[in-house]
Design a protein around this ligand. Structure first.
Ligand code: H79
Length: 415
């Protein structure tokens, strides 16, 4: 079991991932050919020559990017507690002012501004935690970096590791204030010794900086699930699910397969009730704008999250309730069981919840609700909570059941 020993991570529940780089310019298409894979992989998938790919930097000029508004919206409208930006993805391009490699946003683009620095300042202003993604093993721009699928077995990874990876991680930790976590990804063949070196480097500069579950050899500080994979059951310890709203991380202009707000909300609640954090991704355009459909979805989810924060942030994993009730998800904390109502109903009926209640209320307003203890005709315990008439054809609200006992009593189904 992984324990970060950091309360902010245990409490956060919802964070924003930002995948942004030169791939955002290609937006899923190169020389008329469209990718049907994750768009940030286009250089590798389409064997784009490094010299051609590097030239993309000359076009990177995201005049529509406003770090202040970006962070303010993530916090206030979307309800996210931390932000993780791709400081360097597998393409090798640094989204900050790096002295280690000129292949970066300040030196190689007409934009010439340090995006990470601007985000840092906005995160400090709005009191949002900031972390960054860093691809520690794959680097398609460096002949000594790992490369998926292509044979560069003559690579000198140690050289890449010593001359690019570690020095860049060092500058990120030294020049951008408090970094809450580093999201290392795809460790490939990194050795235990190299992983330990990376960990020691990070902790020597910022002891509280957490390392993702993909740092290498399962030596990170918390468990990272597979991309878009949600554990079926409560999972002990600290963990996080990296996830997309459509089917790509980097912007792909052809991917319109946006999940609905209801879908994202139910995924968030499943993750939260099982004890994890949801790191949900946006892929801004080359201009620095989040696609409008994506914004709509996140706004709608955010409305729920901000109105019902009590039932999300700082909650702790629940045991398994015996039944699947369509349109209902649970979260909980000491003496409280939150019932998230995600489809219209007239009352809440919970069979085989064995608690005594001391009260029930609507989370968004505090309005008190009537409840009764019943027995089903078969003798099973049943709690009924009456819902006010104006909610009968509404969805997406949350009811708190105040429990006499500290934990919910989820009884098993009797045969
Ligand atoms: O940053 C995002 C992804 O780019 C990164 N992790 C998330 C957070 C990631 N790196 N590798 N992978 C995900 C999995 C790689 C899958 C692959 Fe493929 C399958 C590589 C080659 C085959 C997908 C399909 C990418 C290219 C083709």
């Amino acid at each position: 079991m992984k324990d970060t020993k950091q309360q902010w991570f245990k409490d956060a529940k919802y964070g924003l991932f930002i995948h942004w780089g030169l791939y955002s310019i290609l937006a899923g298409e190169y020389k008329g050919r469209k990718t049907d894979r994750i768009a940030e992989w286009i250089e590798n998938d389409f064997d784009i020559p490094v010299e051609d790919y590097e030239k993309l930097a000359e076009q990177f000029n995201p005049t529509g990017f406003d770090a202040d508004a970006f962070v303010k919206r993530a916090k206030e409208q979307w309800g996210m507690k931390y932000i993780v930006l791709t400081a360097k993805h597998h393409e090798g391009f640094a989204m900050y002012d790096s002295k280690v490699s000129d292949f970066n946003v300040v030196k190689a683009t007409p934009y010439g501004r340090d995006i990470l620095k601007e985000l840092q300042l906005a995160c400090e202003k709005y009191d949002v935690k900031m972390g960054f993604y860093y691809s520690q093993a794959q680097d398609w721009d460096d002949p000594n970096g790992y490369m998926h699928r292509k044979d560069n077995s003559q690579r000198d990874f140690q050289k890449y590791f010593d001359e690019k990876c570690k020095p860049q991680v060092k500058e990120l930790l030294e020049n951008y204030g408090d970094i809450c976590l580093i999201w290392f990804d795809t460790p490939m063949g990194i050795t235990v010794a190299q992983t330990q070196e990376l960990i020691d480097l990070v902790k020597s500069i910022q002891p509280d900086c957490l390392l993702s579950g993909r740092t290498g050899n399962h030596m990170g500080d918390y468990m990272t699930t597979g991309d878009n994979y949600i554990p079926r059951l409560p999972y002990e310890g600290d963990w996080e699910v990296p996830a997309t709203v459509n089917d790509t991380w980097g912007f792909n202009k052809f991917d319109t397969n946006w999940k609905s707000a209801d879908h994202i909300l139910s995924l968030l609640l499943k993750i939260v009730s099982r004890g994890g954090n949801y790191l949900l991704n946006v892929g801004p355009t080359a201009d620095g704008i989040v696609p409008e459909k994506c914004v709509e979805v996140l706004n709608e989810v955010g409305k729920y999250v901000t109105e019902n924060g009590e039932a999300i942030y700082g909650t702790r994993p629940l045991g398994v309730y015996a039944y699947e009730i369509p349109g209902i998800e649970f979260t909980g904390r000491e003496h409280k069981l939150y019932v998230h109502v995600l489809s219209p109903r007239i009352r809440i009926e919970l069979m085989n919840v064995g608690n005594r209640l001391t009260g029930a209320y609507l989370v968004s307003s505090g309005q008190k609700l009537e409840y009764r203890f019943m027995k089903s005709c078969e003798g099973d315990s049943m709690i009924e909570v009456e819902l006010p008439e104006e909610l009968h054809n509404k969805k997406n609200y949350c009811v708190c059941l105040e429990l006499e006992e500290e934990e919910p009593i989820f009884e098993s189904i009797k045969g």
